[in-house]
Design a protein around this ligand. Structure first.
Ligand SMILES: O=C(O)C1=C[C@@H](OP(=O)(O)O)[C@@H](O)[C@H](O)C1
Ligand SMILES: C=C(OP(=O)(O)O)C(=O)O
Length: 434
């Protein structure tokens, strides 16, 4: 357990920093590359703890995965959907995205698997997803009253289902798409609110047939011969978000973030800060094999409060800690409406954020469907803070520390390794003392 001692001075941002490759896209690229026939070459892969767990799991399931850590490349030789039977459980630690998507992958294998997780993930609910995958014809048996360990035996006769999304959750949607690709009939997902669409994009890129209409996503049966592909992963917008928030709040800042992913289902924060009165420059927009990206240019700007609607929430789900910090420093009140689905998914994150921000003198109200943060809250350090082993809380607290000259400790800072192991080093490259 490592403590991080913050500096007793304020900083501003200057220069340029390249954020690592997108975690959500990387999880999926490994899975599709592993399921496909042939070789997949991935560039700009980020070696973070969460992704190392996914690599290990799919190596155990038979994929040959070669990693070139120095130049962030990965080569995968897929198993052509012939997953390897195992005589031991698959360990997935606390990786929620892996848990959800792996459940979908295993739904179509007739091998019997046991999936085990870490303490935190074993408590994260999964019954909703499991009931849907069972409806398709796969078997899921928890071995305790917790969500994990889970014994899974899939089927080679999966039937497509029609699912009226009652909660907006990309992981459930993605899991059903991964199962639906191998089903004998179409799977239809009637959408509640759009969520991140990396799975739909990559499924089609690797040869599946997923049609996306505004109201309904259809996974067409009979298109399961996935072929290995080459792809470059854009910078993770959720990692860029730390620098966006920090630079906006630190007077005199100007920073450039090159080649950041600009997938519209991920960049909700850009709309939120625009509503709060700020503009982020976007230059050199482009698209690589599968995803749009561009350079972000951020300057410090004054912000005012705003109301964030329920339909915006899925596009800012990982940025909520940073939005709470931004809101506390803006003028006027900010409300995030319609967070009920988020509350179901990551209620501990919301409660832990509130606890840690309070130690910095920032009050954040968390209700079961709304977050309220008043503006003009001066940071007053009352106590050392703790990441609660949550990478996004850890990094938000690092950004808060540069806004005050009152030093404090951030306990369990190693949580940042989950999604951005080089964050502290990168941050120090672009911070200058005010
Ligand atoms: O599918 C994904 O890669 C993710 C989905 C998000 O959760 P939702 O499933 O609630 O959208 C988010 O919390 C997580 O960081 C990654
Ligand atoms: C919650 C997150 O990811 P996961 O669901 O994969 O744990 C996250 O990256 O913030």
């Amino acid at each position: 357990m490592f403590d991080f001692n913050t500096q007793p001075r304020k900083f501003k941002f200057q220069g340029e920093v390249t954020v690592p490759g997108d975690k959500s896209i990387a999880h999926r690229a490994i899975m599709f590359g592993a399921l496909a026939d042939g070789v997949t070459q991935i560039s700009n892969f980020m070696y973070a703890d969460d992704l190392a767990v996914t690599v290990k799991a799919f190596r155990e399931l038979g994929a040959k995965i070669h990693t070139e850590i120095s130049n962030k490349d990965m080569i995968i030789k897929g198993v052509n959907h012939q997953l390897k039977p195992l005589d031991h459980p698959l360990q997935i630690d606390n990786v929620g995205t892996l848990r959800s998507l792996l459940f979908g992958v295993l739904a179509s294998s007739t091998n019997a698997y046991e999936v085990q997780g870490g303490k935190y993930l074993s408590q994260r609910p999964t019954s909703h997803l499991v009931s849907l995958l069972k409806e398709m014809g796969a078997s899921y048996q928890p071995t305790t009253e917790q969500a994990l360990p889970m014994q899974i035996t899939g089927s080679n006769n999966l039937q497509g289902i029609t699912y009226h999304q009652d909660i907006s959750n990309a992981q459930i949607k993605s899991s059903l798409i991964l199962a639906g690709i191998y089903a004998n009939s179409d799977t239809k997902l009637i959408r509640k609110l759009p969520t991140r669409n990396h799975t739909e994009i990559l499924a089609n890129y690797f040869g599946a047939d997923v049609t996306v209409d505004p109201e309904i996503i259809t996974v067409h049966a009979g298109h399961s011969d996935l072929r290995g592909q080459d792809l470059t992963i854009p910078g993770d917008f959720s990692s860029a978000a730390m620098y966006i928030a920090g630079a906006l709040l630190s007077e005199g800042s100007q920073i450039t973030l090159p080649r950041v992913g600009l997938n519209t289902t991920r960049i909700g924060l850009l709309n939120v800060v625009k509503q709060m009165g700020a503009n982020i420059g976007i230059e050199n927009r482009s698209i690589n094999s599968v995803e749009p990206f561009g350079d972000l240019v951020i300057k410090a700007q004054k912000l005012h409060g705003t109301v964030i609607s329920a339909k915006q929430v899925p596009f800012i789900i990982d940025e909520i800690p940073l939005i709470a910090l931004l809101a506390s420093q803006a003028s006027g009140q900010t409300i995030i409406d319609g967070i009920h689905d988020v509350y179901l998914q990551i209620s501990d994150r919301l409660i832990n954020m509130r606890t840690e921000l309070a130690k910095l003198g920032i009050v954040m109200q968390v209700h079961d469907d709304q977050i309220i943060v008043d503006g003009n809250q001066e940071i007053k350090v009352k106590d050392d803070v703790d990441s609660h082993n949550d990478h996004r809380i850890a990094m938000m607290l690092c950004i808060a520390s540069i806004l005050t000259d009152q030093p404090f400790k951030i306990k369990n800072i190693e949580a940042i390794d989950v999604s951005y192991p080089g964050f502290i080093a990168d941050l120090n490259k672009v911070l200058v003392t005010k």
